[in-house]
Ligand binder design. Structure first.
Ligand code: APR
Ligand code: PHB
Length: 398
């Protein structure tokens, strides 16, 4: 049996950053993670950090490697009808930028800080059930190296992603769940070839959406829209490169350079929100509470915003005994979540092919992209949402 103040389920960005922020406030926590350290450190996921997330990692003393290796981008490109249009994020938002730095690099940095500090983190320790959420000593039942064990704590943070046990532990009827599944998936590759563009490219094409991203000056990260439930075996590397080349083509002669594919995977495109993000002493954060389609690059950033608020709310509780911030946690998070849902839905709807037979929809999207390219007001709206809302109570060092 383990006793701590906050029991944290999941060592993704949400759980790890929460544990780190709490430690800096002198609050003890134990993190349990179902998978191995190696697995979570090598799992290739999202890669765009908003300015607010960068500021938070820096303010929390977790930004040292990100500052050295992250790629700071001042703009993104929209590509449609063979044309390119740059959205100048920096200029349109008064100096905000994004940083391209893989989610698993953030995870590695946070694990290293925790291990270095000697703070508890258990891998291959899967939560199986939660008890006593209504009382003031909630418990996490989990498997510790094959043996049943238990964490007794004051609060539980459910940071166990979309497929975790926390959301499922909320009694029926205590929360509402809102979801949407899109009629396509994303096939993603990591490739050992220098990115063919200095900035991210979001491409609209009659064959479907494509995205050119990167992880470093030598490593590209690319995605293409495919059918849901698509079999990876139907996508040999040459077919992927051909398709990406076609979708990213421009009339001014852009050329995609292929290279060895290091990793490939298919991910569903969906939205989900659980309201409220709390039941009794259980607080959900990150993907456990909400999923956004990846087109807006918001998933990781929402997770960071949640745990920033949760860490402040818990710090206030332990310092003054006041639970006002804890009581406001869900509502405050959900406002940002629904704005991100809207933005992610909008980007997704503007850039993907929903129905290949629908010529009206295709031309309507081109009309919308043309409007974006020609209107500073429309571009500013995209830029503000993409670069992200500042985090309340955190200064952006200018
Ligand atoms: N017990 C312990 N750990 C668990 C359990 C369980 N029962 N179930 C799941 N986990 C772990 C998973 O193995 C995973 O490492 O919880 C972690 C959840 O991490 P993420 O899925 O990365 O979720 P989160 O930390 O909320 O980060 C959100 O992840 O999917 C991306 O785009 C999304 O960038 C966003 C980010
Ligand atoms: C990524 O680099 O993995 C990435 C970038 C932008 C997105 C989604 C994913 O919108």
């Amino acid at each position: 049996m383990i006793r701590t103040q906050v029991g944290i389920i999941g060592a993704g960005p949400a759980g790890l950053l929460l544990a780190h922020l709490l430690r800096r406030q002198g609050i003890d926590s134990v993190v349990i993670e179902a998978r191995s350290r190696r697995h979570v450190e090598e799992r290739v996921r999202a890669g765009v950090l908003e300015q607010g997330t960068v500021d938070l990692l820096n303010a929390a003393g977790a930004g040292e490697r990100m500052r050295r290796q992250g790629l700071v981008h001042h703009g993104i490109e929209l590509r449609f009808a063979g044309r390119r249009h740059r959205i100048d994020l920096f200029e349109l938002t008064g100096g905000r930028a994004i940083t391209v730095y893989g989610q698993h690099e953030v995870v590695k940095d946070l694990i290293a800080l925790r291990v270095e500090a000697g703070a508890p983190i258990l891998f291959e320790a899967a939560a199986e059930g939660l008890d006593g959420l209504d009382g003031d000593r909630p418990r996490i039942r989990f498997e510790n190296h094959g043996e049943p064990d238990e964490i007794i704590c004051d609060f539980i943070a459910g940071c166990d992603g979309f497929h975790g046990v926390s959301r499922a532990a909320m009694p029926a009827g205590s929360a509402r769940h809102f979801g949407k599944v899109y009629p396509f998936a994303w096939l993603g590759i990591l490739a050992a070839t220098p990115p063919a563009s200095d900035e991210l490219v979001y491409a609209h094409h009659e064959r479907g959406f494509a995205l050119l991203s990167m992880r470093s000056p030598e490593i590209s990260r690319l995605y293409l829209q495919c059918r849901p439930g698509e079999d990876l075996a139907a996508w040999p590397d040459e077919r992927i490169w051909d398709e990406l080349g076609t979708r990213l083509e421009t009339s001014d002669g852009f050329r995609l350079v292929d290279g060895p594919v290091l990793q490939k995977s298919i991910a569903a495109v969906r939205s989900h929100v659980t309201e409220p993000m709390r039941y009794g002493r259980l607080f959900l954060a990150g993907d456990a509470a909400h999923i956004v389609p990846p087109t807006g690059a918001k998933g990781l950033n929402l997770a960071a915003a949640d745990v920033w608020l949760l860490s402040r709310a818990l710090a206030r509780y332990y310092r003054s005994g006041s639970s006002d911030l804890l009581d406001g946690y869900s509502e405050t998070c959900l406002r940002r979540v629904w704005r991100a849902q809207h933005f992610s839905w909008w980007m997704t709807s503007m850039l993907h092919r929903f129905d290949p037979g629908d010529g009206f929809e295709f031309r309507r999207q081109l009309g919308e992209l043309d409007n974006l390219a020609g209107s500073r007001a429309a571009s500013t709206n995209l830029a503000e949402n993409y670069a992200g809302l500042p985090l309340d109570g955190l200064e952006h060092p200018t």
